[in-house]
Design a protein around this ligand. Structure first.
Ligand SMILES: O=C(O)C(=O)Cc1ccccc1
Length: 285
């Protein structure tokens, strides 16, 4: 099976994919849209992309691509612990306190906001397509006194020196990665499985009636279906127009879930089922 992931090698996504799939052919892509397009064109059979981080929230490009651009399905969720380290080229190993620039993925920079503010205020921060892309850049530019933020696998792979470890602002730092497929499927992986979930994307009825969101929530609440997430994202049709992403701690097989979706449709909502899948825990090492 060919599996696309947000690369290059040694990204957090790569780490999660390596743990989840034992025999896949892993293929790195530069951006999240590149990963998803490789799936829709048939170049790969699965794609793994970051969906949400415990400190920084959703990865908007992933969520918006799944709603607006493509018709693909979540087949599994991988939850991985995230530890961020500051790394430099060994050439600058003794001068790293005089850095001129720090590079990383936008989510990684945000996860280390307090550290960067108190330790490196005023130093330019540059976004890269991934943490490992930043590490690779640093390894290729010893003449620049620049650092990357990323994981220890990236430091090893690109020969960088970790000068400060665990610089993320809050201890509980985890990221959810979505495994995506063109077809509806449920992937059974070799990791510890914790629960079953379903993700729905819901658009409210177009008449904009008061209480519509309350009606949506009550379809779940009176059936005692537990929600682990609700988030609104712009429909991109005008200010104040949103769709809702709702995660339910249930498989779609249950009669209550089917009833809830029927009720939402009867209320005039549009419901897109993004997936009904198992949640897996990725070990640190
Ligand atoms: O940039 C990476 O390494 C990724 O895989 C995306 C990401 C960035 C920050 C935290 C978790 C995942």
């Amino acid at each position: 099976m060919k599996i696309a992931y947000l690369g290059p090698e040694a990204s957090f996504t790569h780490h999660a994919v390596q743990k989840a799939f034992e025999n896949g052919q892993l293929i790195p892509f530069t951006t999240i849209p590149d990963c998803i397009e490789a799936l829709t064109t048939g170049e790969v059979d699965r794609t793994v992309v970051p969906l949400e981080n415990a400190l920084e929230g959703s990865v908007p490009i992933t969520v918006d691509y799944l709603f607006h651009e493509v018709d693909v399905h979540i087949t599994a969720e991988l939850v991985s612990p995230i530890e961020q380290h500051l790394m430099v080229h060994p050439h600058n190993g003794n001068d790293w306190e005089n850095l001129t620039k720090i590079m990383s993925h936008s989510h990684a920079l945000a996860q280390c906001h307090k550290y960067l503010y108190y330790r490196f205020r005023g130093i330019s921060l540059e976004q890269s397509t991934s943490t490992s892309a930043a590490a690779r850049y640093v390894s290729e530019h010893p003449e620049e006194n620049v650092a990357a933020i990323g994981n220890s696998m990236a430091a090893g792979k690109y020969g960088l020196k970790m000068v400060e470890e665990n610089i993320h602002d809050f201890h509980f730092n985890h990221t959810r990665f979505a495994v995506l497929s063109r077809d509806k499927a449920t992937d059974i992986l070799l990791l510890e499985e914790t629960s079953h979930k379903s993700t729905l994307m819901i658009t409210l009825p177009s008449d904009d009636r008061p209480g519509a969101l309350h009606q949506v929530l009550s379809a779940f609440s009176w059936r005692q279906l537990s929600l682990s997430k609700i988030e609104s994202r712009p429909l991109k049709t005008g200010l104040g127009n949103y769709f809702f992403i709702i995660d339910v701690e249930q498989s779609m097989d249950g009669v209550l879930m089917k009833g809830a979706v029927d009720e939402l449709e009867a209320l005039g909502c549009t419901v897109k089922l993004l997936g009904s899948y198992h949640k897996y825990t990725v070990p640190t090492n």
